[in-house]
Design a protein around this ligand. Structure first.
Ligand code: NAD
Ligand code: ISE
Length: 340
């Protein structure tokens, strides 16, 4: 059976996901698209897909079984709540939402619905290198993880659109989520230090050094640099009681010429995580076809949003900012129930 998908937001990642849903993956068709920029939606629409005037019309349409949200973070809450009200499985790009209050409203709606519908786009959990790293840590041969170093470097970000809060409430969410997942622990407090500003990004506050204090005592140190110029560079290394486990340098062709010997660096997230996004959607299509969601949940989106909020508070206060989570609803602990 084919899963008919509607895509909201046809910008950079919306177009990339439409490409993988139409050209790479099977069992799925893109039957609807929408964007506040109607011309962009029309240009991105695959043959035969309907261009809807609004997200609400797309979500309610009989032509759409499940929804992929690729609009800007502040638009996610309303679109997620509409999907839940319509009982449709939804893949939502990160961040889930941009405030803890909004995350709680989405949690409440999904819990009231009674079945998981939302998967959040934390694609690192689907990356083969991260999965191997987690298997080593979970295997226990290295003892308890004590320190995790997470390096998150972007070559550049869109000037004007990407503002000084975004390294912490848009980019850091990936490091927060992967740390919770790898270390199987919640984040209890956040500290932020600001090194001298990079001139690459003009007035943008960049880079950031963030410390995530895990509830069990491990510490994660995160470098967020969003104008590092040379490429998209993602690294991770766990120091454990009896050894270290690290992500490999990505295998790449080695070029030898008159300038020396070198390996190419991915330009951006599209290239570095191409297989992870494919796998993320393979698993989403199976779950959405069964009327539900697996993978990173609304709860995981909420946890990452709290970290972004606390990190922004930590910039203002200069202090270690604690994080208080509400009690975890059973919906996010129990094995996923299939739709009746
Ligand atoms: P973009 O600006 O290129 O595209 C966003 C699109 O959404 C634009 O075309 C815009 O017109 C449209 N849009 C905004 N608000 C809308 C609304 N209310 N209704 C309909 N359309 C709306 O941005 P992008 O880089 O594609 O990012 C989109 C989302 O994906 C963001 O949440 C971003 O954080 C996330 N993202 C995730 C990854 C990842 O690695 N998982 C990578 C890039 C972007
Ligand atoms: C972007 O939205 C992403 O999610 C990328 O994975 C991240 O590296 C980048 O910093 C964000 O802007």
């Amino acid at each position: 059976m084919t899963l008919n998908v509607g895509v909201i937001g046809t910008g950079m990642i919306g177009q990339d996901h439409i490409r993988r849903l139409t050209q790479v993956l099977s069992g799925v068709a893109v039957t609807g698209v929408t964007d506040i920029d109607a011309a962009r939606a029309t240009a991105a629409a695959p043959k035969g897909a309907t261009v809807f005037a609004t997200p609400a019309e797309l979500i309610r349409s009989d032509k759409v079984d499940a929804v992929v949200i690729c609009s800007w973070g502040p638009a996610h809450e309303e679109q997620l709540l509409d999907c839940i009200a319509a009982g449709k499985p939804v893949f939502c790009e990160k961040p889930l939402v941009t405030s803890a209050e909004a995350a709680l409203r989405v949690i409440d709606a999904e819990v009231a619905f009674g079945r998981r519908l939302v998967q959040v786009g934390f694609m690192r959990r689907f990356d083969a290198d991260y999965r191997r790293l987690k298997a080593v840590l979970d295997g226990g041969t290295l003892g308890a993880p004590l320190i995790y170093k997470s390096v998150h470097r972007n070559a550049s970000v869109p000037a004007g659109l990407y503002t000084s809060d975004m390294p912490l409430n848009d980019t850091l969410v990936h490091d927060a989520d992967i740390s919770r997942w790898l270390l199987d622990d919640e984040i209890a407090a956040v500290e932020v230090r600001l090194p001298r500003r990079s001139r690459q990004g003009g007035e943008l506050r960049d880079p950031h050094l963030v410390m995530l204090h895990m509830a069990g005592g491990a510490i994660v140190d995160v470098e967020i640099s969003v104008n590092i110029a040379y490429g998209y560079d993602i690294r991770g290394e766990a120091s454990c009681e009896k050894g270290i486990a690290a992500l490999p340098n990505r295998p790449a062709t080695v070029v030898t010429d008159a300038h020396g010997i070198r390996q190419a660096i991915p330009e951006d997230w599209r290239e570095r995580f191409i297989e992870a996004y494919d796998q993320e959607f393979r698993e989403w299509i199976v779950a959405a076809g069964a009327g539900t969601a697996t993978g990173p949940s609304t709860w995981d989106g909420y946890a990452a949003t709290l970290v972004g909020d606390a990190a922004l508070r930590a910039v203002a206060s200069g202090a270690r900012e604690p994080i208080a989570m509400r009690d975890k609803p059973a919906l996010y602990a129990a094995p996923v129930r299939k739709a009746a």
